[in-house]
Design a protein around this ligand. Structure first.
Ligand code: ZN
Length: 463
C-alpha cells in the first residue's frame, strides 16, 4: 500500500511588498529570487505543488519594516498587512501570515500586532535583524512582547544583514570574494543567535511568561551550544538555567538547514515538539527541503509533528480539512447550524471541537454553538485564544435566539466557513460575518480522519 503523503506546513516563507521595497531597496537578492518574492499566486503555488508543500505561513523578507523609520513605518504597516491579508484570503487553504511590525515605534507595533491577529487572523509576527542598530531584547521593544504574550502568538526573530560596524570589524576582508559570509555563510547566524541569547538574559520571559519566540535555521546554532552556554552562564543564572528558559520559550524551524546530524542534535537538546519544518523560500528552493524530509531519521509520529503537528499547535492553525470549505459564501444561519450539528454528531464523544460562531460588526463574538465534549468555553479560555469578546456554551435554540435578538445580526449571512481551533481567521467586512467550523485537537491522523468525516457530511449538505 502506498503511504499517504504527509501534510506539509512551512513557516519561514517570504514575499515582499513593493511599497516596502521602494523604501528599503529590498533584500539585495538576484532576479530569480526577487521574481519569487513578488509572487503570491501561480508561480509560488505551482512550486509548492511540485514539492508537495501544502501550506506556507508568509512573512516579509529582509529588511522589511525594520528598515524604515517610525513616521514611515506606522502607516505603512497597516497597508502592508492589509495587502498580505488579501493574498491570504485569495488562497486561505494554502496561506497564513505573520505580520510585519513597525518596530521603530514599539507601541504602534504592539497595536498593529493586535489588529492583525484579532481582526485579520494573522498567526504572530516576524521581526528581521535589528531596529535602529538595537537588538530587539531592548526594553523599549517589550510592549510588543507583552501584547504577543497576551494574544498567545509567537514572535519570529529572523536575521538581516549584520551591523555595518560588525561587517567592518569581522567580515570586510573576505566579504567581497565571499558575499555569503555576511548571510547564511555566518553573519546571519551569529547575529541572530546573539539576539536569541540576549532575549534570555534580558528578563523578558520573567516579565511576560507567556512569550513564545521562534528562531529559524535550526535555532541559529544555539541548540548545538546549549550545554556550553548554560555552563558558561551558570554562576549568574542559578535560579533558572539558560537551558531551562530557552527550552521553555523557544521553538526552532528547519529553514535553510536540511542536515540530519544538525536536526538530531536539536531533537536531542530540545525535543522534537519544539522543531518545525520550514524551507526559507525563495532564498532556498522547495525541492531540497522536500527531498530531505522523505528520509528524516525520525519515527513516523515525530516526522508528522515536525511537518505539521507542531506548527498547528503553536500557530493554532485550522485543520487543513476544515480549510477546504473556506470559499463557501453566503451560508444562511440555518445551514451553518445544520452543519455544526451534523458535524458534532459525527465527532461526538471523541473530544473534537465543532463550532458555529457569529461575529458582530465590531469583531465581537455574539454567540457560539459548540457541539463537542471539550468542556465549557469560558471567557478566560476565549481571551487566551485571542477571541475578542464573549463566547457561550449554549444550545442551538438559544444560539438562534441570541443571534436574532442582536440588532447587528438581523440579516446575518455567514460569509465564510472555517475550522476555528483558536483565533478566527475571518475578515471583518461590511456585513456581519459568521463562521462555522469543525476542527480536531491539532496534530494526529486520527483528528484529521474525524474532521474529514464531519466535513464530508457538511459538503453533502452544501451541494
Ligand atoms: Zn528567511
Amino acid at each position: 500500500m502506498a503511504t499517504k503523503k504527509p501534510y506539509i506546513i512551512a513557516l519561514e516563507e517570504h514575499y515582499q511588498d513593493a511599497e516596502v521595497s521602494r523604501h528599503t531597496g529590498g533584500p539585495g537578492a538576484g532576479r530569480d529570487i526577487v521574481e519569487r518574492l513578488d509572487d503570491l499566486g501561480a508561480l509560488r503555488l505551482g512550486e509548492m505543488d511540485e514539492s508537495g508543500i501544502d501550506f506556507q505561513v508568509l512573512s516579509h523578507s529582509i529588511p522589511g519594516l525594520q528598515g524604515v523609520d517610525a513616521a514611515t513605518g506606522v502607516p505603512l504597516a497597516r497597508r502592508v498587512n492589509d495587502r498580505l491579508n488579501e493574498a491570504v484570503h485569495a488562497h486561505p487553504d494554502r496561506f497564513a501570515a505573520f505580520a510585519a511590525l513597525p518596530t521603530a515605534d514599539p507601541r504602534a507595533a504592539a497595536d498593529e500586532l493586535e489588529r492583525t491577529v484579532t481582526r485579520l487572523g494573522f498567526k504572530g509576527a516576524m521581526i528581521n535583524g535589528l531596529t535602529d542598530g538595537r537588538f530587539h531584547d531592548d526594553q523599549r521593544f517589550w510592549p510588543i512582547y507583552q501584547r504577543a504574550a497576551a494574544l498567545d502568538v509567537p514572535i519570529y526573530i529572523h536575521p538581516a544583514l549584520p551591523q555595518p560596524a560588525v561587517v567592518e570589524a569581522y567580515y570586510k576582508d573576505y566579504a567581497q570574494k565571499h558575499p555569503g559570509l555576511l548571510r547564511a555563510g555566518w553573519g546571519f547566524n551569529v547575529e541572530t543567535a546573539t539576539q536569541g541569547i540576549r532575549f534570555v538574559l534580558s528578563g523578558v520571559f520573567d516579565a511576560h511568561p507567556g512569550l513564545k519566540v521562534i528562531l529559524g535555521h535550526l535555532g541559529e546554532g544555539i541548540p548545538f551550544y546549549l550545554w556550553r552556554i548554560s555552563h558558561g552562564l551558570r554562576a549568574s543564572m542559578s535560579e533558572k538555567t539558560f537551558r531551562e528558559i530557552f527550552c521553555e520559550h523557544f521553538w526552532i524551524t528547519t529553514s535553510g538547514f536540511f542536515s540530519d546530524p544538525a536536526l538530531l542534535c536539536c531533537v536531542m537538546e530540545m525535543g522534537v515538539d519544539r522543531i518545525l519544518f520550514s524551507v526559507d523560500y525563495p532564498f532556498m528552493d522547495n525541492p531540497p527541503g522536500a527531498e530531505w524530509i522523505k528520509t528524516l531519521p525520525l519515527s513516523a509520529e515525530d516526522t508528522q509533528k515536525l511537518l505539521n503537528g507542531n506548527a498547528r499547535r503553536l500557530l493554532k492553525l485550522s485543520n487543513p480539512a476544515g480549510a477546504q470549505l473556506l470559499n463557501h459564501k453566503d451560508l444562511s444561519l440555518a445551514t451553518a447550524l445544520t452543519i455544526a450539528t451534523t458535524a458534532a454528531e459525527t465527532c461526538k464523544g471523541q473530544g473534537y471541537r465543532v463550532s458555529v460562531t457569529v461575529v458582530g460588526r465590531n469583531g465581537e463574538i455574539i454567540a457560539q454553538l459548540r457541539g463537542d465534549d471539550s468542556g465549557p468555553h469560558t471567557i478566560e479560555n476565549s481571551q487566551k485564544k485571542a477571541y475578542t469578546a464573549r463566547t457561550f456554551r449554549i444550545s442551538s435554540g438559544e444560539f438562534v435566539q441570541r443571534v436574532k435578538d442582536n440588532p447587528t445580526t438581523g440579516a446575518v449571512h455567514l460569509t465564510g466557513i472555517v475550522a476555528a481551533q483558536g483565533a478566527l481567521p475571518i475578515k471583518i467586512g461590511e456585513d456581519v460575518i459568521g463562521a462555522a467550523g469543525v476542527s480536531g485537537a491539532p496534530g494526529g491522523d486520527k483528528d484529521e480522519a474525524c474532521v474529514k468525516a464531519g466535513l464530508d457530511k457538511v459538503a453533502d449538505q452544501l451541494k
